[in-house]
Design a protein around this ligand. Structure first.
Ligand code: AMP
Ligand code: TRP
Length: 331
């Protein structure tokens, strides 16, 4: 059995990037392999300025959307990170395994801390230590595979390093995990700025397709996507980032090859129209199901409660083993 774990932060409304880069594969592939866990990682949403009521709302919405997208609680374990104490318990142990230099080298830390400083905000210590918590999320379940978008590669690499280091120092405790990515759309770019990632916590929404956007809003955003100065439709990430992003989105939505698709279009306008249709079709069932599920919050609570119970049972023995291995007296 391969253990699979992945998570999603409730820092904003979920986007097409989350869906194509991660969620869709969790639904279509990962949950059908036994022993998969998916978590709304709410503790990670506290590393930047946040509004408590909004985090609560977004956590519930993320769980509802994961179910709406097709996660089946009979097949996988879906839970909220903060409901399982083992994550925070293990995170401290991994902070004692990681080095300050290692955490300061994380690209996401460098970018986000720079952005916070520019806008005059203080940088929370948890923004620096966040990869230790993410490593704890993964290692607590002896995870083999972590299905994520490309932006998480560095964090999963660090998790591997920490697992290897801990095992060498204190005896074999953790499984060394690896990241897996979707074949296309592992990094969906912002439609208005195709050189930066489509990220849910970005301020401007015009380049971001949210999973709950109405069909006409999706169409408008896609039709207004920034394209490149050339005129022919070519697949080239460096020279044609805008068109390439659209081709990747289209490929991911239709299961086609992006290079092959490029050959079928003579103009940007025709491509955009088809991309808009493809995205609307992919999101339609998710939106419909979300509306049904959102009307039954008791069901969501029940799924999350059962999920947390199950997750706790899985994480506990590994975290206890790590506590003993590192030299803490058993309680
Ligand atoms: P986050 O929204 O940062 O919690 O990310 C949740 C999952 O979605 C992670 O596996 C990310 O790698 C993935 N993800 C987020 N944004 C994108 C994007 N623009 N393209 C591809 N994957 C993404
Ligand atoms: N850091 C991830 C992100 O920003 C979210 C996350 C937290 C995660 N813990 C995880 C992803 C564990 C995979 C496994 O997208």
């Amino acid at each position: 059995m391969k253990r699979i774990f992945s998570g999603i932060k409730p820092t904003g409304h979920l986007t097409l990037g989350n869906y194509l880069g991660a969620m869709r594969r969790w639904v279509e592939v990962d949950q059908h392999r036994s022993g998969s866990l998916f978590s709304v990682v709410d503790l990670h949403a506290l590393t930047i300025e946040h509004d408590p009521a909004r985090v609560r709302r977004l956590s519930r919405q993320a769980a509802t959307l994961l179910l709406a997208a097709g996660l089946d609680p009979e097949l996988c374990t879906l839970f909220v990170q903060s409901h399982v104490d083992e994550h925070a318990r293990l995170s401290y142990i991994l902070e004692c395994t990681a080095t300050d230099g290692e955490l300061r080298r994380m690209i996401q830390y460098k970018e986000k801390s720079a952005r916070a400083r520019e806008s005059g905000q203080s940088v929370r210590l948890s923004l620096l230590t966040y990869p230790a918590l993410m490593a704890a999320d993964i290692l607590a379940y002896r995870t083999d595979e972590v299905p994520v978008g490309e932006d998480q590669t560095q964090h999963v690499e660090l998790t591997r390093d920490l697992a290897v280091r801990f095992n060498q120092r204190y005896g074999h405790t953790f499984t060394v995990p690896r990241a897996t990515h979707p074949p296309v759309a592992a990094r969906v770019m912002d439609l208005q700025d195709p050189t930066s990632k489509m990220g849910k916590s970005h301020e401007a929404g015009a380049g971001i397709v949210y999973l709950l956007d109405e069909a006409d809003v999706v169409r408008k955003k896609v039709m207004r996507a920034v394209t490149d100065s050339g005129r022919d439709v070519a697949y080239d990430r460096e020279e044609r980032p805008g068109v390439t992003n659209l081709l990747e989105i289209m490929a991911a939505c239709t299961g086609r090859d992006p290079r092959e698709l490029a050959g079928e279009y003579g103009s940007y306008g025709a491509l955009k129209k088809d991309v808009a249709d493809a995205v609307v079709e992919v999101l339609r069932p998710v939106r419909v199901r979300h509306a049904e599920l959102a009307a039954d919050p008791a069901y969501i609570d029940e799924v999350l409660r059962k999920g947390a119970d199950r997750a706790r049972g899985m994480a506990r023995p590994t975290v206890d083993a790590a506590y003993r291995a590192i030299g803490l007296l058993p309680a």
